[in-house]
Ligand binder design. Structure first.
Ligand code: ACM
Length: 674
């Protein structure tokens, strides 16, 4: 039996009874789960009845569920397509009952209850959105034994901790076709997220069609943009799955792509081209001209008609103020109006945007920088710079959500994101202020990802963030999170996500099909450099290929994590299985080297990682020596320790923007020989 904080159903159950593994593997963990020992077997007669007042899409989602169930089990379930006009099954195995359709808006009731016994499944919810969440819990519960597939006996009561559980996707930096967005919406649904934040304009691209100002997408999007019809399709697809779509038009900075077609909007109106480099750029809209606001009014009004959600994001981050400083007419305006700082000038700009949005029935969302005493408290502040900013904004009376700590583009481990809490114990907020903390968003900034690699940066780590935002705050066991994340990672593939399969495909392509095994032994312990180091290490920009070894590697390299953990375990008591694991891997890395080098030699795209391969061999051998010292029961010579630690230091240097993730484990082994 697994270690768990869950309750067992019924007092008579003896402690030795084993129960479904799946019931303890749910992600996100529900608020309350009781697990019994009965099973509801899946056979071809499995049927679903829908009752109450659900939205029409519930019939489609129940049908999707049935097809997924059939797909996973291979059982040819006989029920025909589920639709409002279907023939009602007489003796349904499953009843979905929804009290009212519900309206998809911030704070919509997403609670549900799920009761399974040997004969029936009952999924009840107040709104259709609760039923959607419950269906995802149910499909995760599917389990099997020698007799077949079954759902375990459970009683689940569930509702989210936070109402805003988002994922930011950035098609501005690298263009992402509609299908990429849709499969990621499916992934979000699977882990009960409910906001898709589209960062749809930036210096490097304007990705939405404007019928009012067509040069925005025609010139700023370079042919890569969503038509309004495609956007409506994305919005409908998302809303039929309980996901709100919030567009971000990032202004007044991050706006070069606007200026390609409409340079008159710029503070310095010269000729602009779409930006190719990454970073914070100088071009900025002119906040002093009425014509700027007339333009923004017409554009945002057009967009307000396209995006139905009550919230609209105006960005507001990282205006470096250089062009404002360089511009004589801006200086003059500041002098005349008594404005001293650029922050105040931007607040004036934001106030005008706020008026436009309010007139269009929209509430404004912006990054930390938009906070200013003149900005009304109806605005939502999205905190990217730190928890402190979030707390300060909530104390000032703003609704807030957290993204700092959820930057999944920075290739940090899931554990880091998982333990990052929008509302940690000791936040210092009063209960009233705490209610202003709406949740958070994982941010998938698009500089270093393409349609081919983006899923591997979003998944499975975003499942950990989704759990932080959905589950009770005291669910924080990192080991359990990693175990469950590995399970859901494979389930997410069913939705067409490519985070697992593209790994193999990219490795295959890099070595032209010969030597995938050897290459994988290296890539399984390698990760991209963290944070913004890729920009510093090479001349990365929007046109470079993102098909190299670094792009194939994935965050949270599991072999490296398991190795470092096994070494850690050796410190307490050398368990046979940990020792074998460590030994096996050290041997594998060492003996793989000769063949690996041949493969790297023969594929020029891989030449850049030869030093990485050499270093893996060197430190693997050091690890083997360390184990020999440990087994001999004698301390290693100081001279050897010095040499070994020096080599480990060298092995920390990245090559091809990729770093070895087992150096800390090897250092621990060396320390163990002292
Ligand atoms: C941001 O990362 N500049 C919001």
């Amino acid at each position: 039996m697994k270690k768990t904080g869950l309750l067992l159903l019924g007092l008579a159950i003896s402690i030795s009874v084993s129960y479904s593994q799946q019931a303890t593997s749910l992600m996100p963990q529900p608020k309350k789960v009781e697990i019994g020992t009965q099973m509801l077997q899946i056979d071809k007669n499995f049927t679903i009845l829908i009752d109450g007042q659900p939205s029409n899409f519930i019939f489609d989602r129940a049908d999707d569920f049935l097809r997924r169930l059939a797909g996973r089990t291979g059982v040819f379930i006989q029920q025909d397509r589920i639709s409002p006009s279907m023939n009602k099954p007489v003796n349904p195995k499953m009843l979905i009952k929804v009290e009212e359709p519900g309206i998809l808006e911030l704070g919509v009731d997403e609670s549900y209850s799920l009761n399974i016994d040997a004969n029936h499944i009952k999924l009840y919810s107040k709104t259709s959105y609760g039923a959607l969440r419950g269906l995802e819990t149910l499909i995760q519960l599917l389990d099997s034994d020698q007799k077949g597939y079954y759902f375990p006996e459970v009683k689940i009561d569930d509702s989210p901790r936070f109402p805003w559980r988002g994922l930011l996707i950035d098609p501005a930096r690298h263009w992402l076709p509609v299908e990429v967005i849709k499969r990621n919406i499916d992934g979000m649904v699977a882990v009960k997220m409910n906001v898709l934040h589209l960062h749809i304009t930036d210096d490097q691209g304007f990705r939405i069609e404007s019928k009012v100002f067509p040069k925005l997408h025609e010139m700023g999007g370079e042919g890569m943009y969503y038509s309004q019809e495609q956007i409506r399709d994305i919005i409908n697809y998302a809303s039929d799955r309980g996901i709100r779509v919030i567009p971000e038009f990032d202004i007044p900075g991050h706006a070069t792509s606007w200026l390609v077609g409409y340079p008159e909007l710029a503070t310095i109106p010269v000729e602009y081209s779409v930006e190719r480099e990454w970073g914070i750029m100088d071009p900025v809209l002119d906040p002093t001209k009425e014509s700027t606001y007339e333009f923004l009014d017409a554009f945002l009004t057009e967009m307000a008609g396209l995006f139905p959600d009550e919230y609209m994001h105006i960005g507001g981050d990282e205006n470096n103020g250089k062009h404002w400083k360089q511009s004589e007419h801006i200086q003059k305006f500041k002098n005349e109006t008594g404005i001293k700082y650029n922050h105040e000038l931007q607040a004036l700009f934001n106030q005008r945007l706020h008026e436009i949005l309010t007139r269009n029935g929209k509430k404004m969302v912006g990054w930390d920088e938009i906070q200013h005493p003149n900005i009304p408290k109806t605005v939502v502040i999205q905190s990217w710079r730190g928890q402190k900013g979030l707390t300060a904004a909530a104390k000032a009376g703003y609704s807030v959500m957290l993204s700092n700590g959820y930057y999944i583009d920075l290739i940090q481990p899931a554990s880091f994101h998982y333990l990052n809490d929008p509302l940690p114990d000791g936040s210092g907020l009063t209960p009233e202020q705490a209610r202003l903390v709406l949740g958070g968003e994982a941010t998938m900034w698009g500089e270093q990802v393409t349609p081919e690699t983006i899923d591997s940066r979003i998944w499975p780590r975003t499942a950990a963030i989704a759990e932080r935002l959905w589950s009770p705050g005291n669910i924080r066991d990192v080991e359990s999170m990693y175990e469950r994340m590995a399970i859901i990672s494979l389930q997410l593939e069913e939705l067409g996500l490519t985070h697992e399969k593209n790994y193999e495909m990219m490795l295959r392509r890099l070595c032209r099909g010969k030597g995938v095994e050897e290459l994988r032994i290296l890539s399984d312990v390698s990760e991209s450099v963290k944070r913004y180091r890729r920009n510093a290490l090479s001349n990365v920009n929007a046109l470079m290929p993102y098909t190299r070894f670094v792009d194939a590697t994935r965050p949270d390299a599991p072999v490296a994590r398991n190795f470092n953990q096994a070494v850690e375990n050796l410190k307490d008591e050398a368990k046979h299985e940990d020792l074998e694991f460590v030994k096996d891997h050290l041997d594998r890395w060492f003996t793989n080297h000769q063949n690996l080098i041949l493969i790297l030699d023969n594929n020029p795209i891989l030449h850049e990682i030869k030093p990485l391969a050499n270093k893996l061999r060197t430190i693997a051998y050091i690890g083997i020596q360390a184990l020999e010292y440990m087994e001999s029961g004698q301390s290693s010579p100081e001279e050897w320790q010095e040499y070994a630690l020096e080599e480990c230091e060298k092995a920390k240097t990245p090559h091809g923007e990729t770093e070895l993730m087992i150096v800390s484990g090897i250092i621990d082994l060396i320390q163990n020989t002292k």
